[in-house]
Design a protein around this ligand. Structure first.
Ligand code: SAM
Ligand code: SF4
Length: 328
């Protein structure tokens, strides 16, 4: 059985983008009120007194868009400085990154994932639901800033959408040749806005791998991540290409993570809420962290039986919460 030692923490459910596969325009979201979010103090208390004693040592900050949360660098600093923290990373859309990259690095952050679905500004804006001045340039500046500051690994997340950005696979993979960057191709999931791309569905990692292999060849990478990606390298490339295949493969048996939403719900699986616990209510009701720890321990015990394929009864097709609400 896998050691579950990795917690993905959503800092906020809001976002400054409206990606068509995540928070599509025209859909109304009931955003959390400020007082519904876990405070920094509550978060740190949970990390230190509940999760770390249970063996959690790796943390990722996500959202919504985590850089929208005021004081994110201070929170990064506080988590990074805990002696039991072995790994701290962030997933961001990169829009607010350029001016904050150095501050985040100085606070102790070393690993970063930036979402970049296209190298073409029009396609990019179409995906993120932007109708004003293109935002692509800001993202690219954010990536460059993260690179200059020294983030390593620097990963670029690409959700592959048939007929929208799949023709760019080779260009995106080519970013790994000269730079020590890691491109991660993610199979599009029918969560949030599953019928968006209709019959075109999703493209399997196997198919993508084949396209890249035909162009350059691919070798299995020696640099293996601890995450769900299958990692490869274009021969001679500095970086890697990885494939996250949650649709075509079940990697639940390798799962090492839990997810904490911005409003304090701890869930054992991205697509399965079975057993989830409201940690914010527990904290605010004055329940001791020892008792909360016991509840989390119970959830850890049943986690191996909870998986993607047998997701919550009643949720067919679309899932009830989007990635932005769960903390993708
Ligand atoms: N806002 C940040 C960002 O976009 O990087 C962090 C949160 S976002 C929910 C985390 C990741 O989930 C992003 O890489 C995004 O592309 C991915 N994601 C969102 N909805 C998805 C879907 N329906 N299928 C696959 N990946 C998805
Ligand atoms: Fe925002 Fe990230 Fe969702 Fe896009 S994928 S809408 S950037 S939370």
């Amino acid at each position: 059985m896998n050691q579950v030692d990795y917690l993905r923490i959503s800092l906020v459910d809001r976002c400054n983008f409206r990606c068509r596969y995540c928070m599509p325009e025209g859909v109304k979201f009931d955003y959390l009120l400020k007082e519904e979010l876990l405070t920094n103090e509550e978060l740190l208390r949970l990390i230190l007194e509940v999760f770390m004693p249970l063996g959690f040592s790796r943390f990722r900050l996500t959202g919504g868009e985590p850089l929208l949360r005021p004081g994110v660098a201070e929170l990064v600093g506080a988590i990074a400085s805990l002696p039991q923290t072995q790994d701290l990373s962030i997933t961001t859309n990169g829009f607010l990154l350029a001016p904050q990259a150095q501050k985040l690095y100085d606070a102790g952050l070393r690993r970063i994932n930036i979402s970049l679905d296209s190298l073409n500004s029009d396609t990019f804006d179409q995906i993120i639901g932007n109708h004003g001045r293109s935002r692509w340039q800001e993202i690219w500046q954010g990536i460059q800033a993260a690179h200059s500051v020294g983030f390593d690994p620097l990963k670029l997340n690409v959700v592959v959408i048939p007929g929208v950005n799949d023709h760019e696979i080779l260009d995106l993979a080519a970013l790994t040749i000269d730079k020590h960057w890691h491109v991660r191709f993610i199979e599009f999931m029918p969560i949030g806005n599953g019928d968006l791309f209709g019959d075109r569905g999703w493209i399997s990692s196997q198919d993508l791998r084949q396209r890249i292999r035909q162009r350059w060849g691919l070798t299995e990478s020696q640099i293996c991540g601890a995450g769900p990606a299958d990692v490869f390298q274009i021969p001679g490339a500095k970086g890697t290409v990885g494939f996250i295949s949650q649709m075509s493969e079940c990697f639940c048996d390798r799962c090492n993570r839990m997810r904490l939403s911005a409003d304090g719900w701890l869930r054992p699986c991205l697509l399965n809420e079975t057993g989830q616990i409201d940690l914010k209510i527990a904290l605010r009701a004055g329940i001791s962290t020892k008792k909360i720890q016991e509840q989390v321990r119970q959830l850890l015990t049943i986690k191996p039986e909870i998986n993607f394929k047998e997701r919550d009864p009643g949720t067919t097709g679309l899932y009830t919460r989007t990635m932005s609400q769960i903390g993708g």
